[in-house]
Design a binder for this molecule. Structure first.
Ligand code: TEU
Ligand code: CA
Length: 583
């Protein structure tokens, strides 16, 4: 009898009838290779929680650990197997917790360590694992290490950070900050500059210092000892700085992340972290890989290299964007990134499948038309792919972008930095920057979770720290719990389907109509089991002629009631299906 733990986290095998007399097809590749091929983090349904905006339990308007604990049944019912917590550590909260003041303390806004431990116990009682955000490219300038480091040039902590003299009366080099301005801040106490790729209150750590690496390994062990099963690693490719901190060329300045992600010791440090912490504790790792090309991916995720398990590429989620600005894009372009991402893992690597997170606008607004139908279509795009699935809070109910009238409506330090760097310097008009930020701002993802149609959306009994989306009266969990045709109902259905069909997790991916400007059609194949997924990713009805080699089998999942049939399928706007393929 499978223990509850194994039963829940091991895929149940449901023989998938291949119509046309192909008989029963047990999905046997994974089975045949033995349970050792069962990898919990490959089969996981990861739900990302931006704690501050998820659920408030004490009426202070800020989401917290107990609020999340109170919603674990909802997440279990959705089919979630892993929680990813955005930074939960003590922080002055300049960059939503990505400025950590003490890695061994929890953010008092979210509760106490006892509350965190209660949350961990609640998750584990439901067979959910928890991964946390490892933010170790930089700390807060309020971290005790930085306070000591800045105190004098010969303080033992000086080399925990990156200090340099100015050059020729100017900055040590020409690096820009991702949050606007330059990446160097002069510190009057010692007259030197320190490096900060992000906000100046986020000084970069010096990973060339073995003491820094040791400190990070100890921090990881601290949270593993408290039940954490892995880490999402914030801008981890940036930890090894360019040799000699050389200037960037004019071309490199167009996208500094490419140079920043290719420092000389990066893979040495990742392998060291793997050997000292990740492998000994079987901890999962997913790297946030800005600046990493698809060609470089195997260097991070090949299991033989013993570095990371998988990485997030952003070319799909950020198609049609150049940083904060939008540009025209096509579905063919989006589909190509998905194929490249899938191929990038190489023979023994793994990847991720996501469209949303806390740094990006809502997918249903970016790639859909804010309609529930488009939200369901996009869920098929995420759930149908190979790779570990990541859902961002609210994506499962089709939460949309929020409107912004003026720059003061934005909370995000990134948006304010962009404004200062453009409108503030007279390079762009206010209207032009607002138009772009409305579509790309990270604030779009950080509005409070919409639980019900009350004025505070069931998020808090107090005043929410950030304004709710006015459409909370229409788009909320409570309304969708009662509606079998809701986005939430469909997410539950497709997650359950993915859990019972390993071909969706482990099957190879093939786009079978890459040039089609309206339809995304691809197969997934695992041994003698093959399924077809096709999605009309437009707001108009479309006809799609089946490729000659494909004969439609049983419809296994359908976003709509109407059943496509024949050789030319008539698809309703945003209609998507998973079908068997008959021989
Ligand atoms: O993000 C990395 C990052 O570079 C993005 O923030 C990107 O620059 C931004 O979205 C503008 O396009 C990670 C975290 O996910 C982000 O929330 C933090 O602000 C950042 O690192 C610094 O820790
Ligand atoms: Ca609270």
């Amino acid at each position: 009898m499978l223990s509850k733990m194994r039963r829940r986290t091991t895929l149940k095998f449901i023989p998938l009838l291949l119509s046309g007399g192909a008989g029963l097809s047990m999905i046997n590749s994974v089975e045949a290779q033995g349970k050792s091929q069962h990898t919990w983090w490959k089969e996981a349904i990861v739900y990302q929680v931006f704690i501050r905006s998820f659920a408030d339990s004490n009426g202070d308007g800020i989401g917290d650990f107990r609020g999340l604990l109170n919603r674990l049944d909802y997440l279990e019912n959705l089919g979630v197997t892993v929680l990813w917590l955005n930074p939960h550590y003590d922080s002055p909260n300049v960059d939503s917790g990505y400025d950590i003041r003490d890695y061994r303390k929890v953010n008092s806004d979210f509760g106490t360590m006892e509350d965190f431990e209660a949350l961990m116990a609640g998750a584990h009682a439901r067979d959910m694992k928890v991964i946390v955000d490892l933010v170790v490219n930089h700390t807060s300038d309020q971290h005790i290490w930085f306070q000591k480091s800045r105190s004098s040039r010969d303080n033992p902590y000086r080399d925990y950070y990156i200090w340099r003299d100015g050059k020729n009366g100017g900055l040590p080099n020409n690096y820009p900050s991702f949050f606007g301005g330059k990446a160097w801040q002069n510190d009057s106490k010692t007259g030197q500059y320190y490096l900060h790729y992000y906000e100046r209150c986020q000084p970069d750590l010096n990973w060339d210092n073995p003491k820094v690496r040791q400190e990070v390994h100890d921090i990881m062990r601290f949270w593993i000892a408290r039940g954490v099963s892995g880490f999402r690693m914030d801008v981890i490719p940036f930890i090894s700085k360019p040799a000699g901190l050389r200037d960037l060329t004019i071309e490199e300045l167009q996208d500094p992340s490419v140079v920043f992600a290719n420092g000389p010791h990066l893979h040495t440090y990742l392998h060291e972290m793997n050997q000292k912490v990740l492998s000994p504790h079987n901890a999962m790792s997913v790297g946030e890989a800005f600046g990493v090309s698809y060609a470089q991916t195997p260097l991070f995720v090949s299991q033989q290299r013993k570095e990371l398990d998988m990485i997030f590429h952003f070319d799909t989620a950020r198609v049609g964007r150049k940083d904060w600005e939008t540009r025209p894009w096509t579905l063919q372009e989006l589909k190509e990134t998905i194929t490249e991402d899938d191929r990038s893992t190489g023979p023994d690597g793994w990847t991720t499948s996501f469209l949303e997170n806390h740094d990006n606008p809502r997918a249903v607004s970016r790639f859909g038309d804010n309609s529930p139908a488009s939200a369901k279509a996009l869920s098929l795009l995420v759930m149908g792919r190979r790779g570990t699935v990541f859902i961002f809070q609210g994506q499962e109910i089709g939460m949309t972008n929020i409107s912004f009238d003026k720059i003061e409506d934005f909370e995000d330090v990134n948006a304010k930095g962009i404004w200062a760097d453009t409108v503030g310097r007279g390079t762009h008009s206010a209207n032009a920057v607002l138009t772009e930020l409305r579509q790309t701002s990270r604030d779009n993802a950080r509005t409070p979770m919409q639980w019900n149609n009350t004025t505070t959306g069931g998020f808090t009994t107090g005043t929410p720290w950030f304004r709710l989306n006015p459409n909370t009266d229409r788009i909320n969990v409570a309304a969708q719990e009662l509606d079998s045709s809701s986005v939430l109902a469909f997410y539950r259905q497709i997650i359950s389907f993915r859990k019972s069909h390993p071909v969706l997790v482990y099957g190879t991916f093939q786009d079978i109509d890459p040039q089609n400007p309206n339809i995304f059609a691809f197969t997934r194949t695992l041994d003698n089991n093959q399924i077809l997924i096709f999605i009309n990713l437009t707001a108009q009805s479309q006809a799609w002629a089946l490729p000659a080699e494909i004969n439609l089998g049983k419809i296994l999942l359908n976003t709509h009631m109407v059943k496509p049939m024949g050789r030319t399928l008539s698809l309703a706007p945003w209609q998507g299906c998973i079908t068997a393929i008959s021989s």
